[in-house]
Design a protein around this ligand. Structure first.
Ligand SMILES: [Zn+2]
Length: 350
């Protein structure tokens, strides 16, 4: 069976006919396809949503995240049912079971292995995978996964971040093997160190000094602020102590830097870093509230993220991931919560 869709294709905005041949898209009507079924006629077509920062499958009731395959399956199903066709995991509590990774209804997954914490970082980072040799561990994780590794660039506000020279050695080592480096950072010093070292993505970036924007633009570093998680946590940091003051001020700084980064040409991506899973539409709304143009915010959770992760959009020969919405999400971002049609890997989910 050949599936056919017609609608306004984003981001270019042209009304087109698409046919799905297995897991591929073509704009040319296949010849002799008698069993063609039209599954969408009208509406707005995206290559699905992307959550670039999510950690499904972690049960942390014990205080240390344990990977539970059943929980992982449940949470990626929630992503799929919301129209999220691709996921990046910047740190997972365990390995994705191959049966789940290869399942025809699983969103496409970009994994980065476990969270890596340098042994010199601080004692409270010990629930991550702690290593003395951060360079070797980062190269190993990137090679063993989808080219990505994830490290903690800092942890406690009170403690020093990973030293710049060490972070730079990680970036050089991982880049030499064709991999990429995602770095959690939240203190001003930690974010500056990551931006100077030319990491591939800065996650959170709370308290980011202004000069980081130009550094990210120069190095091609993406910014994944995960505003959804901070919109939840910042209002709960109400104490009049140094940590809570830093948290609240850092949240305001992140919001400011989102727009500045976009204006400087930095790739800003949508990541939720929080439950409920399948909630990246909320991150789009936070990015718009932070001043990102709506089209850029929708792209941050769709075509821009796919391009950054090496996944095609709605192009000739592209992967057959398509979501269809009644309204134009660039004008009504809330429509992203209500996909009329979800197609993943050429199969109709809904
Ligand atoms: Zn995270």
């Amino acid at each position: 069976m050949t599936f056919h869709l017609r609608g306004t294709v984003l981001p270019d905005g042209a009304v087109r006919d698409l046919w799905l041949l297995g897991d591929r898209i073509t704009f040319d009507r296949p010849t002799g396809a008698a069993d063609t079924v039209t599954i969408a006629d009208g509406g707005f077509l995206l290559p699905g949503l992307v959550d670039a920062h999510t950690h499904p499958g972690a049960d942390d009731k014990s205080g240390r995240p344990e990977f539970v395959p059943e929980l992982f399956a449940e949470q990626i199903a929630a992503h799929r049912e919301s129209g999220t066709t691709a996921l990046r995991f910047p740190g997972l509590a365990g390995e994705v079971p191959s049966a789940l990774r290869d399942a025809p209804d699983s969103p496409r997954m970009i994994t980065a292995g476990r969270w890596l914490a340098w042994a010199g970082l601080s004692k409270s980072a010990v629930f991550h995978t702690v290593t003395d040799d951060l360079v070797a561990a980062a190269v190993t994780e990137a090679k063993a996964h989808d080219g990505w590794c994830k490290l903690m660039g800092d942890w406690d506000f009170e403690a020093a971040p990973v030293p710049y020279e060490l972070l730079r050695a990680v970036v050089d080592g991982v880049h030499a093997t064709g991999g990429r480096v995602a770095v959690h950072c939240q203190s001003a010093e930690g974010v500056l160190s990551a931006a100077r070292a030319g990491v591939d993505s800065i996650e959170h970036g709370m308290g980011m000094p202004e000069q980081c924007v130009a550094l990210m633009a120069a190095h091609g570093t993406a910014y994944v602020p995960t505003l959804t998680a901070f919109a939840h946590s910042a209002p709960r940091r109400i104490e009049d102590n140094a940590r809570d003051r830093l948290w609240r001020a850092g949240h305001r700084t992140m919001i400011r830097r989102v727009r500045e980064a976009y204006d400087a040409g930095v790739t800003v991506l949508a990541g939720t870093d929080s439950a409920p899973f399948g909630n990246v539409a909320t991150e789009v709304e936070h990015l718009i509230a932070a001043g990102l143009p709506a089209e850029a915010a929708v792209g941050a959770a769709s075509w821009t993220a796919r391009a950054f992760l090496g996944l095609s959009g709605l192009t000739e020969g592209g992967l057959a991931d398509v979501t269809v919405y009644d309204a134009d999400p660039r004008l009504e971002p809330g429509t992203l919560r209500h996909p009329r049609r979800i197609v993943l890997r050429g199969r109709v989910v809904r």
